[in-house]
Design a protein around this ligand. Structure first.
Ligand code: HEM
Length: 474
């Protein structure tokens, strides 16, 4: 067969076409390989010491630990905390959505022994779904409205006690235990429906304080002399006390008493599996509900004391919204948008719970990094708070629109992280806000105070511990 010039040219052209195609394929393969290699990289950061990793440094100041490493690594980073490899993800919206879709919890196993094997914050599906629905009945709007008179009464009682006591005589005192007793009294009265003498409430509160100190314990064997032994023995006493409350309320309900408290709602539900679930309900709700409120109240006094002009503005708003004696209602709470905005800014600046934690049930790619199955993933309210414009400035105006209406960001956990999000979002957030509003409205209407000193507390809750004085003013 004769070979013509044109068929030679055709052969040459198809050869170079094939070479170009091969080159393109090789380049694509190289790029895919590089992408895959990049994606297989674990996040930057260091695990620290064997076993304890960077736990000690973390416990000193979890917020600063996160913020400094986040800045150092330009976002998501790995570390090792509480005996587990952990990734702290940067708080961009996509990560927030991914994080809050995760179901498995990342808390260390001993948290469950402290708070309760069937306690809502410690359990996973399908039990979580059942108990969450059950517990959620205590926080529906009609129930929340019914708690307001008790909140108002207890708040008046405690604020008057502070003003009449040592701190009312011009001598600055540490307010921690006064505020803790108030937050604890509210939690016990509204959650458990018991009106205890102050001495018994105080004793239970101290038992509770020891029990929750178990969250920080790094050795978990019950040997006399070790913290864990004390923690477990106080927990058994607390369970005994709450079982007594359960028995009494159960009997009163049987005799026709009207259900009022959160515990009553549980006692009258038919899908509770035995008394351990009820005991864990009491411990979990009082635990989740009182230290967080205590932390917020102290930080509130701190931030108010730093801004006398804002304090005066809020006082004026309260004077216009409430006559100082009538029953506080949902309507009254709706008339103080600046107070609401102030509380939300306190939670942004000083989130009481700085971390939410989950466990990866399968290998995942986060921010382009591979995170292996079984690792913990943490999402930090402290980092979310830093996303705001000029994050270190306290500005309640962030949460007021141009008409002065309150802008609620509770359901945007990538912009406001204090209550977490998704199916494990704080079940008590509306109740917490009611407690804070009732506290601030009465505080601003009737009392004046000074903060003589404040100390930043970082773990296990984040807040300003304040010392000061208190007096009736209006
Ligand atoms: C100042 C107030 C409070 C703050 C800042 C706060 C914050 C939080 C956070 C960050 C979570 C974890 C969310 C997550 O893992 O995604 C949570 C869970 C929870 N909170 Fe709160 N909380 C507050 C008050 C309360 C109150 C007053 C109660 C109850 C009376 C309560 C009950 C709970 C419970 C039961 C959970 C576990 C929910 C679940 O796992 O389904 N909290 N809270």
């Amino acid at each position: 067969m004769a070979i013509t010039r044109s068929s030679l040219g055709l052969a040459k052209a198809s050869k170079s076409l094939a070479a170009a195609a091969c080159g393109a394929l090789a380049l694509a393969a190289l790029l895919a390989w590089r992408r895959a290699r990049r994606a297989r990289r674990w996040p930057p950061g260091s695990f620290g010491w064997p076993l304890i990793g960077q736990t000690i440094e973390y416990m000193k100041d979890p917020g600063a630990f996160r913020i400094s490493r986040h800045a150092e690594h330009g976002g998501t980073f790995k570390t090792s905390l509480l005996f587990s490899p952990t990734v702290l993800i940067s708080p961009i919206e996509a990560n927030g959505k991914f994080f809050f879709s995760l179901k498995a919890l990342g808390w260390p196993y001993w948290f469950k022994l402290v708070i309760g094997e069937t306690a809502l914050p410690m359990i996973e599906d399908p039990m979580h779904k059942r108990i969450r629905t059950l517990n959620g009945r205590a926080f529906i709007d009609a129930q929340l409205d019914s708690y307001l008179p008790q909140l108002q009464e207890l708040t008046a009682k405690h604020l008057n006690l502070w003003a009449a006591g040592k701190r009312g005589q011009g001598q600055p005192c540490d307010l921690y235990f006064d505020i803790k007793l108030y937050a604890f009294d509210m939690a016990q009265t509204v959650i458990l429906g018991v009106d205890m003498p102050v001495e018994r409430a105080d004793r239970l509160m101290r038992l509770f304080t020891t029990v929750t100190s178990g969250l920080k314990a790094l050795i978990h064997v019950e040997i006399p002399g070790l913290l864990w032994h004390k923690v477990m023995s106080c927990r058994r006493q607390l369970v005994g006390e709450y079982q007594e409350v359960i028995n009494t309320r159960r009997e009163q309900l049987r005799l026709g008493s009207k259900p009022t408290s959160m515990l009553d709602i549980m006692l009258t539900a038919d899908d509770v599996n035995g008394d351990v679930e009820l005991q864990d309900f009491c411990i979990a709700m009082v635990f989740a509900g009182h230290d967080t409120t205590l932390a917020t109240m102290q930080s509130t006094l701190y931030w108010l004391s730093k801004q006398p002009a804002v304090l005066a503005e809020l006082r004026q708003e309260v004077l216009e919204a409430w006559d100082g004696s009538s029953q506080l209602t949902r309507e009254t709470l709706g008339k103080v948008p600046k107070v609401r905005a102030f509380i939300q800014e306190v939670w942004r600046m000083t989130p009481p719970v700085v971390i939410a934690s989950r466990r990866l049930e399968e290998e995942s790619v986060i921010d382009g990094y591979v995170v292996p199955k079984g690792w913990k993933v943490n999402y930090s309210a402290a980092l979310v708070g830093q996303k705001a414009e000029q994050p270190n400035e306290f500005r309640m105006g962030r949460y007021l629109d141009s008409s002065g209406h309150f802008v609620d960001q509770t359901f945007e956990p990538w912009n406001f992280g204090a209550f977490g999000g998704g199916s494990r979002m704080c079940v008590g957030y509306k109740f917490a806000r009611d407690e804070m509003l009732v506290f601030m409205i009465q505080l601003l209407r009737h009392f004046s105070f000074t903060v003589a000193s404040a100390q930043a507390v970082k773990f296990p809750f984040n807040y300003w511990r304040v010392s000061g004085t208190f007096s009736n003013c209006l």
